[in-house]
Design a protein around this ligand. Structure first.
Ligand SMILES: CC(=O)N[C@H]1[C@@H](OP(=O)(O)OP(=O)(O)OC[C@H]2O[C@@H](n3ccc(=O)[nH]c3=O)[C@H](O)[C@@H]2O)O[C@H](CO)[C@@H](O)[C@@H]1O[C@H](C)C(=O)N[C@@H](C)C(=O)N[C@H](CCC(=O)O)C(=O)O
Ligand SMILES: Nc1ncnc2c1ncn2[C@@H]1O[C@H](COP(=O)(O)OP(=O)(O)OP(=O)(O)O)[C@@H](O)[C@H]1O
Ligand SMILES: N[C@H](CCC[C@H](N)C(=O)O)C(=O)O
Ligand SMILES: [Mg+2]
Length: 492
């Protein structure tokens, strides 16, 4: 495709060089540039892509898209200046790949918690309904049975268009994708055509990136503001920001609720360790998912499926058989009946939901032992809050590391400790080594006690100073259970 063809409908400020130059590769990263590449210079949070234009040219880039023309342009290279290269990237990627998002039903899910759960349940539901389906999620991307590892919750828009193209080649009719707030702000969904958008909820997270809660809300709303009139906008109206999401959307406004009148109204009849019993649209159904928060995920999934034209009864039948995604309330039980629960709760709201669920489900005087940490290079304000919530609902708490990234693990833990109420000091331990923390919890547990290992869920690594070390909470729990059994861990 020539650069001129690629720029169809793109607002341009200036150009230099041959507009017939042929482009066979798009990239944001100078390190991936080769002959035939169009390098898109984007201003980032750490560095500015414009500083890599010369490197891209040296590596043989055929064209450069930028917001600022270089002082000494290379005559053999084509330059295009635009107002916003991150946004333009979306338009170009759609043209380059032939608008794959218009050729299937692309549904985006946004919200602080529940995106992976909702998108994965939709993916599994539509497969069970007999479709070929794609998934773009934190845990993994998927085209039917083929798993493609994910690096982000929402990939950059070039990757998404490439994934959608592969999905079409495999005959997919639907793709369910998570839309993170970072992605909305960084234009990672620009130029994508959505058939629908779902809002799960909004609570405290990512204030490091967005600055204020209002900006965070605005970012989520930005997704709905971009939806076309042909799409549906389905929001949880039990969340007080649900209606805000609908304020300026051109899409069809739909809602779901457990508490009030809504397009899709559900009632939670019972909630146990075996699952949820709900009434939806007048029908009583059992589901295998655990926790009230999953009742919301189920309703959102049900609503989206019906809005996509599926038969409500068939949807409920298939939904009732579905299991939660990996690392979401995943249970690992020891031979002595100590119950380990691995859950991806890494926000105050998710942690509180999961602990309330566990507290509501415990039978008698079982102890709840919570292991929790907070990510480095991420929102620091949530650290003391999460420690406080862990203390409120647990008999014992072990504060530990969860991807310290470039931060000092002890500095993160000290910020968490600041949230521990003095009365709870005696039930709180701090062990920066996560393996040691899990072993300690297991050594303290009696049969039927519940150990919540929060924050990492499906993750199979611990990221320290840019290096991802193998670490899987489920595996480490199993090992600790085995060690206790063989007597190699001290029991108190
Ligand atoms: C904070 C953030 O979102 N960062 C994302 C952003 O990077 P950035 O703005 O820091 O980029 P930068 O390093 O400043 O570089 C600017 C530009 O120069 C380019 N560059 C850079 C170096 C070089 O040698 N050559 C070069 O061309 C880069 O490709 C980039 O285009 O743009 C990059 C390219 O798309 C992303 O990979 C990167 O994700 C980082 C790795 C990340 O950790 N992001 C997390 C916070 C994130 O996005 N999380 C959300 C989920 C959140 C949630 O819901 O919980 C997600 O969607 O995954
Ligand atoms: N609808 C919900 N409301 C509140 N909490 C939820 C909901 N669904 C799941 N959770 C809790 O949040 C955790 C993360 O869930 P999930 O992975 O589905 O969210 P996410 O929005 O994809 O997160 P991320 O932003 O990291 O991609 C779960 O492990 C569970 O503890
Ligand atoms: N999508 C989230 C995941 C957080 C998971 C938690 N284990 C952590 O590392 O903080 C983020 O990138 O902020
Ligand atoms: Mg997710």
């Amino acid at each position: 495709m020539t650069i001129k063809e690629l720029l169809y409908k793109v607002p341009i400020l200036a150009t230099a060089g041959d507009m017939e130059a042929v482009i066979n590769h798009l990239t944001l990263d100078s390190r991936n540039v080769g002959p035939g590449s169009l390098f898109i210079a984007v201003r980032g949070t750490v560095t500015d892509g414009h500083t890599f234009i010369d490197t891209a040219v040296r590596q043989g880039a055929s064209a450069i898209l930028c917001e600022e023309m270089p002082v000494n342009p290379e005559p053999a290279v084509t330059y295009v200046q635009v107002q916003d290269s991150a946004y333009t990237q979306g338009l170009i990627a759609a043209t380059f790949y032939g608008h794959p998002s218009r050729k299937l039903n692309l549904v985006g899910v946004t919200g602080t918690n529940g995106k992976t759960s909702t998108a994965t349940l939709l993916f599994r539901l539509f497969r069970a309904l007999g479709y070929r389906v794609g998934l773009i999620s934190t845990v993994q991307n998927q085209i039917d049975d083929t798993v493609i590892p994910a690096t982000h919750t929402t990939p950059d828009v070039i990757t998404t268009n490439a994934l959608l193209t592969d999905m079409l080649k495999h005959g997919c009719t639907h793709c369910f994708m998570e839309v993170s707030s970072h992605a909305v702000v960084q234009q990672r969904i620009a130029g994508l055509h959505f058939a629908g958008g779902i809002f799960t909820n909004i609570t405290h997270d990512h204030l490091d990136f967005h600055g204020t809660f209002d900006n965070y809300i605005r970012a989520k709303k930005g997704f709905f503001d971009q939806l076309p009139a042909s799409a549906f906008a389905l929001v949880n109206i039990d969340d007080k920001r649900g209606m805000v999401m609908l304020q300026n959307t051109a899409a069809r406004k739909e809602s779901f609720s457990l508490q009030t009148l809504a397009t899709f109204k559900g009632k939670l009849l019972a909630d146990s360790l075996f699952g949820l019993h709900m009434e939806i649209d007048g029908k009583e159904v059992w589901f295998k998912l655990i926790g009230r928060f999953n009742a919301y995920n189920i309703l959102g999934v049900y609503g989206a499926a019906v809005l996509l034209g599926e038969d409500p009864e068939e949807v409920l039948t298939q939904l009732s058989g579905l299991m939660p995604p990996p690392g979401r309330f995943e249970q690992v039980v020891s031979d002595e009946q100590i119950v380990g629960i691995v859950d991806y709760a890494h926000t105050p709201d998710a942690l509180q939901n999961v602990l309330e669920t566990i507290d509501g489900l415990r039978q008698a005087d079982e102890q709840i032992i919570t292991i929790v940490g907070c990510g480095g290079n991420r929102d620091a304000a949530k650290r003391p809050i999460m420690a406080e919530i862990a203390c409120k609902f647990s008999d014992k708490v072990i504060l530990t590391s969860d991807n310290p990234r470039d931060e000092d693990p002890m500095a993160i833990l000290e910020q968490m400790q600041a949230g521990v109420p003095p009365i709870d000091f005696k039930k709180t331990l701090t062990l920066p080594d996560r393996r040691e923390a899990i072993q300690k919890a297991v050594s303290m547990a009696n049969p039927h006690d519940i150990i919540l290992v929060a924050g990492k869920g499906h993750e199979t690594y611990q990221e320290i100073n840019g290096v991802k070390h193998d670490f899987d909470d489920r595996q480490v729990l199993l090992e600790a259970f085995a060690n206790v059994k063989s007597g190699s861990v001290d029991t108190p």
